[in-house]
Unconditional design. Sequence first.
Length: 94
Amino acid sequence: MSWIKILLLIWTNNKQSKNQKNKFLFTVMVAEDNAINSKLVRLQLLALGHTPVIGSGLQALLDEIHAVNYDLIFMDCQMPVMDGSEATRRIRCS
């Protein structure tokens, strides 16, 4: 299941419980090199009340990961310089 499908599922569930106060608001790092996908994810996260931080690459994510306490990280698995699997390995090692 792709992360866009997961976001849409979360968004749909949130729409169904619109009258309830959202107890789970997250600061979300999104590493995505496609401008359209970045904009879509940003708008969806804002609509859900979350705080999105859009990064242009996984190296930028790795540089910021210890400076900012992100609750969630969404990353593209097929990035030009470093793929998501390698970034995940580096995050776990640090």
